[in-house]
Design a protein around this ligand. Sequence first.
Ligand SMILES: C[C@@]1(CC(=O)O)c2cc3[nH]c(cc4nc(cc5[nH]c(cc(n2)[C@H]1CCC(=O)O)[C@@](C)(CC(=O)O)[C@@H]5CCC(=O)O)C(CC(=O)O)=C4CCC(=O)O)c(CCC(=O)O)c3CC(=O)O
Ligand SMILES: NC(=O)C1=CN([C@@H]2O[C@H](COP(=O)(O)OP(=O)(O)OC[C@H]3O[C@@H](n4cnc5c(N)ncnc54)[C@H](O)[C@@H]3O)[C@@H](O)[C@H]2O)C=CC1
Length: 295
Amino acid sequence: MSSAEASSSKLPPIQKGASLMIAYRLEDRPVLLIGGGVVAAGRLFFLLEAGARVTLVSPPPLHPDISERLSTNPHDITWHSRSFDPVNDDIHVQDFAMVLTAIDEVEISRQICDLCREHRVPVNVADIPPSCDFYFGAQLRRGPLQIMVSTGGSGPKIGAMVRDIVDRALPENLEEAIEGVGLLRGDLRVRAQGVGGSIGRRRMQWMIGICDAWGLESMAKLRDETVRKAVLDHGWEGDRVVRPSDVGLREEKNRRRRLIDWSYAGWYAAGLGGMVTGMTLGMVGTIWMLKRPSR
Ligand SMILES: C[C@@]1(CC(=O)O)c2cc3[nH]c(cc4nc(cc5[nH]c(cc(n2)[C@H]1CCC(=O)O)[C@@](C)(CC(=O)O)[C@@H]5CCC(=O)O)C(CC(=O)O)=C4CCC(=O)O)c(CCC(=O)O)c3CC(=O)O
Ligand SMILES: NC(=O)C1=CN([C@@H]2O[C@H](COP(=O)(O)OP(=O)(O)OC[C@H]3O[C@@H](n4cnc5c(N)ncnc54)[C@H](O)[C@@H]3O)[C@@H](O)[C@H]2O)C=CC1
């Protein structure tokens, strides 16, 4: 392809160097976690949320969060109270869906990485980015909604700062909106059964129309079974996109959290008042100085 043809393409250009961002399912799958410090404690939290069966190898003392998880989730974690030996250990990395190491022994970390690569087991080595097949990222979760920010290993703290900005900017009722849409999709699949093909295409087009018409603000109302029934009876059966007002509901305004919190309006007014007063006094003083007859 000539460069003229390439530059006229409407496709986005490929910028290599990215990670593949996916939502990896780990329910009931075995994961090996090596290390018992603060970083391992963070990993353990995310693994337990994902429903993984965790084998933890670390000598005591464990981070207090890990000790607590051992007592609250005894069936999800098997703790081997010793060091992992990458040369000759009776725990084999190939028996696990993935391996995470968070230890303070860089040479052992390297050996664990080599072992995992030899057996093609995906590995994350907390202290050596080039030894990671996948990185963690700064995360936030609201029920089914999960958001992860990655900086490709360059600035993990910036990732956490961006995550906090996103967290503050999200609308308040997202979880309810997702729940509502999830229930509607479930009901729709009962009415219009089948996988893929023309039924799949029609279902998808209709759902896209409903999401656009309702917006994040109104979708929480779909949790009500009578609302869902009305939407399906009038919308799906009539082959049209119905809005909240079509089924007797009020159209909601955007309830996104504001950057300016107006509950502090009194303080803003006091600050502004002080600034105006200060500027006025400054101006009066300057004019008085300038008008004063010189000696
Ligand atoms: C490559 C990666 C591998 C991986 O862990 O998967 C990695 C590597 C390293 N991190 C180091 C240091 C710090 N890490 C954090 C924090 C987090 N680090 C996380 C992920 C990642 N860290 C992956 C890339 C993420 C991405 O691509 O953006 C987060 C996002 C997620 C999580 O760990 O769960 C979590 C924030 C979670 C939250 O706040 O919610 C802080 C800040 C703090 O602790 O507050 C510091 C100190 C400040 C600093 O050093 O910048 C060092 C030591 C460097 C050294 O020795 O100098 C290495 C090794 C190296 O870089 O060589
Ligand atoms: N990726 C990330 O987000 C971050 C990574 N790090 C790096 O991650 C590593 C771990 O950090 P922390 O948890 O703060 O360290 P830590 O010193 O608190 O904990 C290290 C743990 O590893 C255990 N350990 C050491 N050798 C072991 C072996 N052979 N087998 C099993 N367990 C072993 C120790 O007993 C201890 O429990 C460090 O190398 C650190 O530089 C640090 C901060 C953030």
